[in-house]
Design a protein around this ligand. Structure first.
Ligand code: NAD
Length: 284
């Protein structure tokens, strides 16, 4: 068997076309504010990509680029201003922040109606409680979309998620549970990971260890979603040993070109949702 590739680029482009059509019919542009502190190269590239993607579908996106030495109070003040700016619909703070800043306090200072990253405790709590008004983090939402559009109904499927971070593994576990999967979360202290993965109908790798998930671990016909982004010898690769795992899986995402493009798309989708929530008379 050779797995079918789940093409995140095409899926994301189709979704962005749909979003662009919706935005074109609004009286004003949804507005995403991005806060970037310091000069981390990858963060600068990520944020420019978000800005380009937002502008391409007719949204406004401003990057507030602050110097590395920005204080906690200055950053809290900027977020407070953005919280109170009625033109701003979504706020994200690029992580990681410089070490002298308290990330948790910063994330919790964002108005939960504008928390389009869904990283705040309020939105995480709603998701955990299976409340559909939750603003859900973009990457897990992208993974769920890919699974639903590939497999259809997920009820009863056994999903093994490798990774328990607050931005990928945990929210994804809630999303899949809310969609009636049986969910196992594995992590760095899990004993005998291969045997756990071998029982999965769906494997999501989000551990940040290059090509860790091996062909021998995968049940024949399983669906494999690779969230990982690793750089090995200057080349980007995922957490899955793609060339070999594709021999046994039925569907698999590539890296790059899989989950990555879906993440930015879902952030834009959240920004549109936030806009509509804040302009409830426009909701259909
Ligand atoms: P993280 O470092 O916060 O968490 C990694 C998780 O993997 C931890 O829970 C840890 O317990 C687990 N883990 C680490 N080593 C392991 C091992 N050997 N066996 C089993 N579990 C192990 O990372 P994160 O922020 O959740 O990101 C995970 C990966 O996904 C990274 O490669 C990151 O770059 C990537 N990522 C991609 C996107 C995207 O849009 N494609 C978005 C977010 C993160």
């Amino acid at each position: 068997m050779t797995a079918q590739i789940i093409d995140g680029k095409i899926m994301a482009q189709n979704l962005r076309d749909e979003l662009a059509q919706k935005v074109a019919h609004l009286p004003t542009s949804p507005y995403l504010a991005v806060v970037l502190v310091g000069n981390d190269e990858a963060s600068i590239i990520y944020d420019r990509n978000k800005q380009k993607a937002a502008e391409a579908i007719g949204m406004k996106c401003k990057i507030h680029h602050l110097p590395e030495e920005t204080t906690q109070n200055d950053l809290l003040q900027l977020i407070d201003n953005l919280n109170h700016d009625v033109l701003v619909n979504g706020i994200i703070v690029q992580m990681p922040l410089p070490k002298h800043l308290n990330s948790n306090e910063i994330v919790e200072s964002i108005d939960h109606a504008k928390d389009v990253d869904g990283f705040g405790i309020y939105n995480l709590g709603l998701l955990h409680a299976n409340d559909s008004s939750a603003m859900v983090a973009a990457t897990p939402q992208g993974v769920l979309y890919m699974l639903q559009h590939t497999l259809g109904n997920l009820t009863g499927k056994h999903a093994v998620i490798i990774g328990r971070s607050n931005i990928v593994g945990r929210p994804l576990a809630s999303l899949l549970l809310n969609n009636h999967c049986t969910v196992t979360i594995a992590h760095s202290k899990t004993v005998d990971l291969p045997s756990i993965v071998s029982k999965a109908d769906i494997v999501v790798a989000a551990c940040g260890v290059a090509k860790m998930v091996k062909k021998e671990w995968i049940k024949e016909g399983a669906t494999v979603i690779d969230v990982g982004i690793n750089r090995v010898d200057g080349k980007i690769c995922g957490d899955v040993d793609f060339d070999n795992v594709k021999e046994v899986a039925s569907y698999i995402t590539p890296v790059p070109g899989g989950v990555g493009p879906m993440t930015v798309t879902m952030l834009l989708n959240n920004t549109l949702r936030a806009y509509l929530n804040q302009n409830s008379s426009l909701k259909k």
